[in-house]
Design a protein around this ligand. Structure first.
Ligand code: AMP
Length: 554
């Protein structure tokens, strides 16, 4: 049985070398030495993943919770600041804390033991679940050596920072199996999870998606962002691409094989039970057996799109599907055909896939996403404008020659989104951890309220600033500090930032009953004072005018 300490030592040794070759060899040899079941888990752990891709398990423990557990173990809660300040990363903070224990436990943890413990902690639900989760973690840390604790912490927060990328791990896996890297990459595209890939290469799991017969999800193809439709002309050239509405729903991959239909989410979780009507629609396809890629959206009684948030209700409740099905109807918009009648079509160009998609969708009376093959920039811009006016997030531009790259964020697909912005005031900020431990890096954003001087929080973001801007913002906010507790510094409301967001959603947790979705800072508006920031009333109007409307926030 391989010890978790061996894994921690390998991780530690690769953090001390710059040589890709040495890293690949060290990890490849390590994985080859382990029995297949341990190798499967170790491959995930080494890139900071506690669970398989597609596994629903979530630990939901923050860096702060781990800090709390470990600092309490050594009664060093008050030493937070100097330890955080001295450490290069979060794992190191934990290791330093653990050294204060005096007596270090003999390493007895095994890789599969840690894997099983994490799954068990993730599965804790119900009464006092948070405390019970913390207790479970406490037990693990108590049994861990100092080095083990360091890597345990890193796996828990999913930040390894030891130079092991997914790409390098694939090379290590190829070295483990003594197989060509191209072949390993391709299997990974199809399988989606590193651990599973290891299990297949070690002969203990059957290869899946390559043969459509055994239904397994492929990793969905991803898109690169672009600023405007003109970029699509520059990149693909006129006549070589299609524009499609970018639908704000949930990605679905639908497989129909024989008399079976299975539906998978973007993260490759099975969601078939949540969408019984989609299963029924597929039965209209007669003798066609496709793998579709598409988007599911929530609609109101007259078929008009509703916000993403409304759709999520369908996935959250497992028991009330029958009721939710009538209460919250959905629409399916298909945009790609990645397999048909037992053949994968991922190596066929997009122009051919959409043609066949059209034929199959017509046969089953299924809807496809609106698409245009623009011949002029004016046409393309008009399509973008009308997409936004009808409530879509923007458009996708797809090269007609592109192949379907599972999991790839290639240049074949561009996403071009309509950006909304608000000017908001920073009213508080959280200290970061890991690389950001010296910075106030998560900003609480507020809009002006209905009463004079009133500020209502509407979201938080840690996105959009450069390292220099973080450092500068930290200095500025420290100068405006009014109080500090639990890692959050409240500040005088003076700094205004221009924040981009995708849409506004209902949110009972926030004072303004609304929250921004995907907020990120675009610019620091030194030209504006807090009195000139946007108001909650503006936000309400924006909310009401979102063409795809959530239910009212009031
Ligand atoms: P994003 O999530 O912003 O990276 O944008 C990519 C996502 O947009 C995909 O994963 C799909 O869920 C979604 N999407 C919406 N409409 C389309 C479309 N026409 N083609 C491909 N993806 C789409």
């Amino acid at each position: 049985m391989a010890s978790f300490n061996d894994l921690a030592e390998v991780a530690q040794s690769i953090s001390q070398t710059q040589s890709r070759l040495q890293i690949v060899q060290a990890v490849g040899n390590f994985l080859a030495r382990l029995d297949p079941a341990q190798a499967e888990i170790a491959a995930r752990f080494l890139i900071g993943r506690p669970f398989a891709q597609g596994d629903e398990s979530r630990l939901n423990v923050s860096g702060r919770a781990i800090w709390k557990i470990t600092s309490e173990m050594v009664a060093a809660q008050d030493r937070g600041e100097d330890l955080f300040a001295a450490a290069v990363d979060f794992g190191e903070v934990v290791e330093t804390l653990m050294r204060l224990r005096g007596v270090e436990p003999e390493p007895t943890l095994t890789i599969s033991g840690v894997g099983a413990a994490l799954s068990k902690i993730a599965s804790i639900e119900g009464r006092a679940s948070r405390q019970r989760k913390l207790n479970g973690l406490h037990d693990l840390f108590e049994r861990a050596s100092n080095l083990e604790a360091k890597y345990l912490a890193k796996i828990l927060i999913g930040e390894m920072r030891h130079g092991m990328s997914e790409g390098l791990m694939l090379e290590a896996v190829a070295a483990m199996a003594q197989r060509p890297i191209g072949e390993v990459r391709r299997s990974f595209m199809l399988e989606g999870d590193l651990g599973r890939l290891v299990a297949i290469l070690r002969g203990v799991a059957p290869a899946g998606a390559g043969s459509v017969g055994s239904i397994k999800p492929l990793r969905p193809m991803l898109a690169q962002p672009a600023a405007e439709v003109a970029d699509a002309f520059a990149i693909f050239g006129a006549g070589n691409f299609a524009l499609e509405h970018k639908v704000d729903g949930a990605r679905v991959q639908i497989h129909r094989v024989g008399n079976q239909v299975r539906i998978f989410s973007r993260r490759m979780n099975e969601i078939t039970p949540s969408l019984p009507e989609v299963v029924e629609w597929m039965e209209r396809l007669g003798e066609h057996y496709p793998i579709f890629d598409g988007e599911i959206i929530a609609v109101d009684g007259s078929g008009r799109p509703l916000a993403f948030q409304e759709l999520m209700r369908r996935f959250r409740r497992i028991r009330e599907i029958a009721r939710l099905r009538s209460e919250q109807p959905v629409r399916l918009l298909l945009f790609d055909l990645i397999g048909l009648d037992g053949d994968l079509l991922i190596d066929r160009p997009y122009r051919e896939r959409i043609e066949r998609l059209g034929e199959v969708a017509r046969a089953g009376d299924l809807e496809t996403v609106d698409r245009l093959l623009p011949t002029s920039l004016a046409d393309a811009e008009q399509f973008f404008k009308s997409a936004v006016a009808s409530g879509y997030e923007g458009v996708m531009a797809k090269s007609l020659d592109s192949l379907y790259q599972p999991g790839g964020r290639g240049r074949g697909w561009l996403k071009i989104k309509h950006v909304r912005t608000l000017d908001l005031v920073i009213v508080a900020a959280d200290w970061g951890y890991g690389r950001r431990h010296e910075w106030l890096s998560n900003y609480h954003l507020a809009a002006r309220g209905d009463r004079p001087g009133e500020l209502l929080e509407v979201g938080k973001t840690f996105k959009g600033l450069t390292d220099e801007q973080f450092a500068e913002m930290t200095r500025r906010l420290e100068g405006l500090k009014t109080s500090e507790a639990l890692g959050t510094v409240r500040v005088k409301p003076e700094v205004v930032v221009e924040v981009a967001y995708n849409d506004i959603q209902r949110s009972p947790q926030y004072e303004g009953r609304m929250a921004l979705r995907f907020a990120r800072i675009l610019r620091i508006r030194d030209d504006k004072s807090a009195e000139e920031a946007d108001t909650i009333e503006t936000m309400r109007r924006e909310f009401e005018s979102q063409p795809i409307r959530p239910r009212s926030p009031r």
